[in-house]
Design a protein around this ligand. Structure first.
Ligand code: MG
Length: 469
């Protein structure tokens, strides 16, 4: 009897151990993916990226436990095309999610993300993931374009920018931004396909997005999940909850960032509490650089030149963190190249999903780089404004074929017969044009641009059509 029970015990132990190890393998095979995406956050706006008075202890801890990427780019300097690139892994010109006349989608737009695109969420869902989008979508607000019709199981958020739908009797000009009141913008807050609240109470929006994200993680702790958390802020108008009023030395903008920092802390702590931290990769980045014309209500690009709306570094290089304890070595800082489109390809690959092969996908797999096993496969970065290839980066060098100084200041487009050339490793602020001294580099970059152009078959723009009245 004793022998029998011992044998039984041994068998049960073996079975349990086998189950645990199989569970571990399955879990490791399918890491959860969380993408936290800010709106108009500057390269210099976080403590861990050098801001002297904005306090971001949770993001600083995320950087200390994970990896800081110092040369990571979005695919556009404005919202809609940038988000389209993250959601499709493709340059916006390939999906038609850009335009030379209307740079983003508006509440009167009739277009949105084409059904033919394989969205990030669709690919993750096919790989067996639960999916949720919480926050700003901005890839079309009509039903067929909303997240739940594009691969997400659920959606909670403001479907476009928080400064749209401004009411007619709000103060004119920028006065309504300097002293923002919720009722000046009647933006909807949506739950799946329905409007849940209008105007959205933006003072509590970061807190409510966070609660939604935490609840999604908790509900899905036993199965693989993909959480896309695109914050509506710090895009103007700036709002924060009572708890963060007047807390930052940086003023209102600082309060907003510090609430987002708190939010990141909540998400990471929820993962730790549910013992999911070793099995979840979390990305933190932004759609484009700071909206500088809004002065102290816009952020800072730090040492980079210019901001949102431009193809200078400040418009498209983002403060980026990747966190995956046990897999990404703590405290790494990487100056290797990456883009938000690579988050698409990397995540789908890690999920065991299918990156489309019937079309050009611009994202590359950064898994080896994240694990410290190989270099980033990305060698080039393309800087588009609408359908125009304004500049190209190859290695350390960036050539500008065209420039525009700022988003709403000097709108003049300057075409350079000889491109302006900068060595971004020596001169990240793009101050010293060294074209004259490096004619051979100019030739190389022109050739690279030509080779890239051959791969482009522009899709019809989805941003130009409006809802007929
Ligand atoms: Mg933006």
């Amino acid at each position: 009897m004793r022998l029998l029970s011992r044998t039984l015990f041994a068998c049960l132990t073996l079975l349990t151990l086998t189950a645990i190890s199989i569970g571990d393998v399955v879990a490791k095979d399918k890491p959860n993916v969380v993408v936290i995406f800010c709106d108009d956050l500057g390269y210099g706006d976080l403590g861990c990226f050098g801001h002297p008075t904005i306090e971001t202890p949770y993001l600083d801890r995320m950087a200390a436990e994970g990896m800081k990427l110092t040369q990571f780019y979005s695919a556009s300097s404005v919202c809609t095309p940038s988000r389209a690139a993250l959601m499709t892994g493709r340059l916006p010109i390939r999906s038609g999610m850009c335009s030379d006349s209307r740079r983003v989608l508006f509440p009167d737009s009739s277009g949105g993300i084409p059904a033919s695109e394989v969205t990030f969420a669709e690919a993750m869902k096919e790989a067996g993931y639960a999916t949720a989008c919480v926050g700003k979508w901005h890839l079309g607000h009509l039903p067929q374009f909303l997240p739940t019709n594009n691969g997400f199981d659920s959606y909670f958020g403001i479907p476009y920018s928080n400064d749209m739908d401004r009411v007619n009797d709000a103060p004119r000009g920028r006065e309504s931004f300097w002293d923002p009141k919720v009722e000046y913008w009647i933006v909807p807050l949506m739950r799946n396909l329905e409007i849940a609240e209008r105007p959205a109470d933006q003072t509590t929006i970061t807190r409510r997005y966070t609660e939604e994200a935490v609840s999604f993680i908790t509900k899905n702790k036993d199965n693989p999940f993909f959480l896309y958390l695109p914050h509506s802020l710090p895009h103007v108008p700036l709002f924060r909850s009572k708890k963060f009023e007047g807390t930052s030395l940086r003023g209102l903008y600082g309060d907003v960032i510090e609430e987002i920092d708190w939010s990141v802390g909540q998400v990471l702590q929820t993962l730790r509490d549910n013992k999911l931290d070793q099995n979840t990769i979390v990305w933190f980045t932004s759609d484009n650089g700071p909206w500088l014309t809004f002065k102290d209500h816009g952020g800072s690009a730090g040492l980079l030149r210019e901001g949102k709306g431009t193809t200078w570094g400040g418009g498209m290089r983002e403060p980026t963190l990747a966190w995956w304890p046990g897999t990404i070595k703590a405290g790494r800082v990487s100056a290797e190249l990456g883009t938000t489109m690579d988050i698409y390809t990397t995540s789908i690959t890690l999920a065991g999903g299918k990156v489309p092969t019937d079309r050009v996908v611009d994202g590359v797999d950064l898994t080896g780089m994240l694990k410290g096993e190989s270099a980033s496969p990305r060698e080039e970065v393309y800087y588009y404004r609408g359908t125009k290839l304004m500049a190209i980066r190859k290695g350390a060098w960036k050539a500008h074929f065209m420039t525009q100084e700022s988003y709403t200041g000097n709108n003049q487009l300057n075409v350079h017969e000889t491109p302006e050339l900068y060595n971004l490793e020596v001169d990240p602020g793009e101050k010293w044009n060294v074209a004259e001294q490096n004619p051979d580099v100019i030739v190389q970059l022109k050739n690279a641009a030509e080779a890239h152009r051959i791969t482009i078959k522009p899709a019809p723009s989805q941003l130009e059509s409006v809802i007929s009245k």
